[in-house]
Design a binder for this molecule. Sequence first.
Ligand SMILES: [Zn+2]
Length: 532
Amino acid sequence: MSYLALYRKYRPQTFDEVRGQDHIVTTLKNQMKTGRIGHAYLFCGTRGTGKTSVAKLFAKAVNCENPVDGSPCGKCAVCRSIDSLVSMNVTELDAASNNSVDNIRDIIDSSRYSPTEGRYKVYIIDEVHMLSTSAFNALLKTLEEPPEYVIFILATTEVHKIPITILSRCQRYDFKRITTDVIAGCLADLMKSEGIAAEEKALKFIARAADGSMRDAESLLDQCIAFYIGQDLTYDKVLEVLGSVDVEVFARLLRHIGNGDVSGCMKILDEIMVSGRELTQFVTDFAGYLRNLLLARSVEDPYEVLELSKENMELVIHESKVADAAQLIRYIGILSELSNRIRYATQKRLLIEVELIKLAKPQMQDNYDSLIDRIRVLEERLENGEFTVSSRQAAGSDATDTRPEEEDPAPEELSKALPEDIAKVANSWSSITSAMNSKDKLASTMLSDAGAFEENGKLVIEFKNALDVQTMNFKKEINGETGPSRIDILKKVISSVTGLDIEIETRSAGQGKSSKGADIRKRVKFNIEKID
Ligand SMILES: [Zn+2]
């Protein structure tokens, strides 16, 4: 028995079975019912969104002897001959491999003969943007005056590469990326038909990984089922098979790099190794993630440029504030160079480790970009008052004592804040966050996104997610010593404004989608540690 891939097996048989493209399906069904059928259609959209499936359905529908509510019946002679691929009425051409003018001429020649059965000859040209210029010109002639029994359906993932002369002759339909929920729901139905029990979380994960493409989701599901034949599909099994790195892991890795925390980076690399992830792919994916962050920072409307599901988009926009553009460009440069070298290397892990250290410690390199990054780190430290140059160090003599100097007098004389003082601070939160802006831009952004309130005599700051909590409490390493965290700096800022000593507690808001359950509930309590 030959195995049929899920996406072939469950290809929609009627327009109602097409998921996530309601706007297109409704229009095409109405055209069918009213008989107002065009001669040239252009289907645009990312891969796996249903362009070919809808094209085939439409080709069948226009030829069907007894269409039902605009959809093909699937039973009549014409439907059956199209299904079994023997019909001369439907011709598919993959322009990716057949892009010459001769390929188009073959089509034009065959379109001269009217159909022997059914009513229309339908030509589906996939990846039409790949056609050569002369092929486009040949096609244009036919599109200008098509025989009345001919329909062209052009499908493309890159509509900007289609000549305007062609565009102007087509009815254009934009296929949207399918939302995670719709994909997950579809996968659940599919598993029911297959008689396999599946955890909802497992299907959600696959849907998220497919990022808007139903076909990708179905192939991923195929892989998972094939690996655990005859078993229930659990979240853990899916993680094991797909070996995917969650966007959340990339977010954590980037923050470790920005903080210069090499051991944090190594821990994440360990996690990835243990999960059996392919390392070359990991490097490529991480570079892709950074590229998305860079775009999110650089363009006015990221939703237009970035091809991501809504969930991943929100995370990327939030995370794009973590690093500045120059940093991201340096990181992407290092990673893309690495992804070239790593492909055929035997010591992949070693190579990645070295590059992660380079990323986290710009002082290890002396090219222009790294110098800029080093200046950034120095500027941040100066602004934060994290170090001052003592006369002894400046003179270049004994440099064994390189600990940062305490620049403020010990805050002993500060009186303890009362609950009403803390409530006042919480009420004037925006002035606190803008005071932080000159000290640390990232901290200021995260604090503006967070909520602040008084609870049991403490100032509670509730951050969007566990990552923010981690970043705010991370203590930077300065000359081998532990420096202040961003919260420590915040505390100083508040003291300087209010003259009061305020105890701070940080939390994450809970259901952050990228957070791991345990982290969400973890309350990080800390005490100011004086550096002396
Ligand atoms: Zn039929």
